[in-house]
Ligand binder design. Structure first.
Ligand SMILES: Nc1ncnc2c1ncn2[C@@H]1O[C@H](COP(=O)(O)OP(=O)(O)O)[C@@H](O)[C@H]1O
Ligand SMILES: [Mg+2]
Length: 255
C-alpha cells in the first residue's frame, strides 16, 4: 500500500503529479529544473521567468528574471527581495542566480504577468478541504497583494491578504467576476479530487493562482500545508470559520 502522507514538500514532484491531470495541466506554467539551458530557452520564449527553491516556503529565495532591451542591445535582470541586478550577458546572469541559489535545488517556471492593484502585483489563494462528508470543497478564496517593490505576494514576505472583490473589480465586469470565482472554485475542487484520489491522506490544499491580463488562472503552486490564518485577516469571518471548522474536524477524526 502507498504510504499515507499529509504533506509534500517538493514543488517538482507536485508539478509532475498535477501534469497528469489532462484538465489541469494546461493551467500549469511550463516548469523545469533550473539549468542554464532551461533558463535561457524559457527566457527567450517567455521574456520573463521565476526561479525558486524546489523546497521553499514564504517566498524565500524566489526570484523574478527578465530579458530586457537596453540602449546597447539585449540585457538581463533579476529581482531578489526588493533589489534588482542587471547583466549584459546571459552567462553572468546565470552565474549570479546560481550563486544566490547556493546548494539548493532550484526550479525555473514561466513567469505570469500578474495583475496589479495600486501598482502592486497580486495573486490568489484557493483553499480546498475535505468536508466532514468526505467531499473536496473550496472553502476559501483570498487575494494577496505584494509589498511595495516586491515580486512575491506571500504574507511572510510582507504581502497583504485582501478580499478578492476589491482586487478583481477594477479588472472585469461583475458578471465576469462571478464566472471567474465559479471557475476558481471548480478548479480547486478538481485539484483536490485529483490529489485525494492518487495520494490519499491529504485533507487540505492551498493553491496559489496567478491571473494574467487575459484572466487565465495559472496554477503557480500547490501547498499541502496551507496557512488557514490568512483568512482571519478578512473583515468578514465566514470563510475563516468554515476553514477552521473543517480543519478541526479532520484533526479530530483523521482522514
Ligand atoms: N511563475 C510565476 N509567475 C508569477 N509569479 C510567481 C511565479 N512563481 C512564483 N510567483 C510569485 O512568487 C510567490 C511565491 O512563489 P511560490 O512558488 O508560491 O513559492 P513559496 O512556496 O515560497 O510560496 C507566488 O505567490 C507569486 O506571487
Ligand atoms: Mg506559495
Amino acid at each position: 500500500m502507498r504510504q499515507r502522507r499529509t504533506t509534500m514538500t517538493s514543488k517538482w514532484v507536485k508539478t509532475v503529479i498535477l501534469m497528469k491531470s489532462p484538465e489541469v495541466a494546461p493551467l500549469i506554467p511550463e516548469t523545469s529544473r533550473m539549468t542554464a539551458g532551461h533558463v535561457e530557452r524559457m527566457l527567450h520564449r517567455y521574456g520573463m521567468v521565476y526561479v525558486k527553491p524546489e523546497r521553499g516556503t514564504y517566498g524565500n529565495g524566489v526570484m523574478r528574471v527578465e530579458m530586457e532591451r537596453g540602449p546597447f542591445g539585449q540585457g538581463y535582470k533579476y529581482q531578489s527581495g526588493t533589489r534588482i541586478y542587471r547583466f549584459d550577458r546571459f552567462d553572468s546572469l546565470y552565474r549570479s542566480l546560481r550563486q544566490r541559489a547556493g546548494k539548493r535545488s532550484y526550479l525555473v517556471q514561466r513567469g505570469i504577468p500578474l495583475l496589479k492593484h495600486g501598482g502592486r502585483r497580486f495573486d490568489l489563494r484557493v483553499m480546498v478541504q475535505l468536508s466532514p462528508k468526505g467531499r473536496w470543497e473550496t472553502t476559501g478564496l483570498i487575494g494577496r497583494v505584494a509589498a511595495k517593490g516586491k515580486a512575491v505576494t506571500n504574507y511572510h514576505s510582507g504581502g497583504k491578504p485582501t478580499d478578492i472583490h476589491t482586487l478583481l473589480a477594477p479588472h472585469m465586469s461583475e458578471a465576469r467576476e462571478r464566472e471567474l470565482v465559479r471557475e476558481l472554485k471548480r478548479l480547486g475542487q478538481r485539484i483536490g479530487r485529483f490529489y485525494g484520489k492518487h495520494y490519499p491522506g491529504f485533507h487540505q490544499l492551498g493553491i496559489d493562482i496567478g491571473l494574467d491580463p487575459a484572466l487565465t488562472p495559472w496554477i503557480i503552486e500547490v501547498n499541502t500545508n496551507p496557512d488557514p490564518y490568512i483568512f482571519n485577516q478578512l473583515h468578514d469571518k465566514s470563510m475563516y470559520r468554515k476553514v477552521m471548522a473543517y480543519r478541526r474536524f479532520r484533526l479530530r477524526n483523521g482522514h
